[in-house]
Ligand binder design. Sequence first.
Ligand SMILES: [Zn+2]
Length: 172
Amino acid sequence: MKVCINPGHDVNLDSGAVNPRTGRRECDVALEAGQLLQTYLNQAGCQTVLVQDDDLGYVCHVSDDFDADIFVSLHCNAFNTQARGTETLYKSFNGQRLANDIQSQIIRSINTVDRGVKKRDDLWVLNGTNAVAVLVEMAFIDNDDDLEMLNNDLGTIIRAIARGITDYIGGM
Ligand SMILES: [Zn+2]
């Protein structure tokens, strides 16, 4: 099974959202998350490729070139510093199944606000990849409670995402 892991944004060109109090950047959290996910999925016997790039066309190209079965993009949300929680976005029918598996593992594993799974037709990486694709909004980086969870419990979140992926693979 081949999984393309896409940490959102770009550490040199696009920080993504930033916590206004601490300056913690989404691109850095996402990269750390992606590297952890790669380790866990490799241990589970998956083949993986990790790509973080400002150019989303290139990201999709890497996934398709790798012939990925599954594509997982990792992001942090931001809104008004008060909103909290975790949501998983999908577009396709199988994407919804993968999103459900990932979201339910996260909710089971950590005390986060369950914002559910959501269909989105406007996201480049969900539209542009051949793989079954999802985008996980792990938490709100602009909310200090959620940021604390990202800083202290990222491994727990990522292990849950890895289990969600292996649940999906087991049900294929
Ligand atoms: Zn993002």
